[in-house]
Ligand binder design. Structure first.
Ligand SMILES: Nc1ncnc2c1ncn2[C@@H]1O[C@H](COP(=O)(O)OP(=O)(O)OP(=O)(O)O)[C@@H](O)[C@H]1O
Length: 268
């Protein structure tokens, strides 16, 4: 539970994993990803931004190891070990019959550890998301934003090297979403963790990430990358700044270019 003191600047970060020439084909003919290449470095906050169906979730599932590429390789620096990965989905996916602490216990429970054995880790994770007073509550007693915090605590509890987040705040109202965006950045400052975050929102991707990987569809692939070189911590001041507006314009242009790539290919 001792994170590194700071995240090195981009360009000086150690490599965490590589996706090299990854293809994913479903049912023999649905080409979800074609020749996807992505290097993830320790401390990166990467957003995968792209139109519906461009393979963002498929890329996350491949990185998580839940699914294997049809061809190509995903290689973790030093290999991938149990507990290296935390995953947060769009729905909090909590067990309704279990308390908050029992839900957060799940990744350890699957590894045969009792609740008592990992009580400190669970309380640490709940503390990180500001829910330490709700350990005995049930999901039905929590708001949508609080349920999502439990889901984040469950992803953090093993102190993973990488956190994958698949549109985690898309179903939340705007105010809760902004609050959780702020809280997620605070968590990243504390834990110096590496995050890959799937989103449809240009605004969210610019606010959160230091790298925006823009994807194109049919077949899904990396179209371009936008570097968000605004310093952290990012505050509400950043959200209303001219720099933020300019970066959103840049990301939006890259997204439109990615969407036009498909049009250009289709008419070629
Ligand atoms: N298990 C599956 N079987 C068949 N086709 C699939 C499967 N999973 C994904 N696909 C197809 O692969 C393509 C990429 O899907 P994916 O869900 O990764 O895209 P996405 O960018 O995450 O989309 P969205 O933003 O709408 O969530 C789509 O055409 C989808 O229909």
């Amino acid at each position: 539970m001792t994170p590194p003191t700071s995240i090195p600047p981009m360009g000086q970060r150690a490599k965490l994993l590589d996706m090299s020439n990854v293809d994913k084909v479903f049912n023999g003919n649905v080409v979800a990803l074609k020749d996807m290449n992505l290097t993830v470095n320790q401390g990166d906050f990467i957003s995968l931004l792209g139109p519906s169906g461009c393979g963002k979730s498929t890329a996350l599932r491949l990185i998580s190891g839940l699914m294997r590429p049809t061809s190509g390789h995903i290689t973790w620096d030093g290999g991938m070990k149990s507990g290296d990965l935390g995953v947060v989905f769009q729905e909090p996916t909590l067990m309704p019959w279990a308390t908050v602490e029992q839900n957060v216990w799940l990744p350890f429970r699957l590894r045969g550890k009792s609740l008592v054995q990992v009580q400190d880790e669970i309380m640490w994770a709940l503390n990180m998301v500001g829910l330490e007073k709700f350990q005995k509550s049930y999901p039905r007693e929590l708001s949508g934003g609080m349920k999502m915090r439990v889901s984040i605590a469950r992803a953090l509890v093993t102190e993973p090297r990488l956190i994958l987040m698949d549109e985690p705040f898309a179903a939340l109202d705007e105010i809760t979403r902004h609050k959780l965006n702020n809280d997620l950045l605070e968590l990243r400052e504390k834990l110096k963790c590496t995050v890959i975050f799937v989103t449809h929102s240009v605004f969210e991707s610019v606010f959160l990430s230091d790298r925006i990987v823009v994807m194109a569809a049919r077949p899904g692939r990396v179209s371009s990358e936008v570097t968000v070189d605004a310093p952290y911590p990012r505050t509400e001041e950043f959200r209303t700044s001219a720099d933020y507006a300019e970066l959103c314009r840049k990301a939006s242009d890259a997204l439109h270019a990615a969407m036009n790539e498909h049009g250009a290919r289709a008419s070629a």
